[in-house]
Ligand binder design. Structure first.
Ligand code: 5GP
Ligand code: ZN
Length: 114
């Protein structure tokens, strides 16, 4: 999608600190980190949100989840614990409508989230 911020990051038209990449996924540091580790994991293909990703009938959601785990291991938070968040819809705080998993870790995380 031409007007999508994260499609532009996939296309390397906008810079990002990429930490992990596969043929179908990309992971890069959040520009406004909320924890010592705050990485966004996206499918390279454009899907608006987690609901659309769930309906992508080609194992893409599986790839994204596996990529979150690989990032957690690489970032050294897999043992201490980390959180994977898909804000889905504006009412849940989604602001960029290219699905992304937030991978948060490196500090204590409260529950319930705000
Ligand atoms: P959402 O609110 O949609 O769940 O999350 C969007 C996230 O994208 C936010 O945490 C925000 O800080 C991050 N973000 C917005 N613009 C950019 C950008 O240009 N580069 C990077 N790396 N992150 C961004
Ligand atoms: Zn997009």
């Amino acid at each position: 999608m031409t007007d999508c911020l994260f499609c532009k990051i996939v296309a390397k038209e906008i810079p990002a600190e990429i930490v992990y990449e596969t043929d179908r996924t990309l992971a890069f540091r959040d520009i406004n980190p909320q924890a010592p580790t705050h990485v966004l994991v996206i499918p390279k293909a454009h899907h608006a949100n987690a609901a659309a990703l769930a309906e992508a009938d080609d194992g893409l959601a599986d790839d994204v989840l596996k990529a979150t785990h690989a990032v957690a291991v690489q970032e050294g938070v897999a043992e201490s614990g980390y959180r994977v968040v898909f804000n889905t819809g504006a009412g849940a705080g989604q602001t960029v409508f290219h699905v992304h998993a937030h991978v948060l870790g490196g500090r204590g995380l409260n529950w319930p989230p705000g």
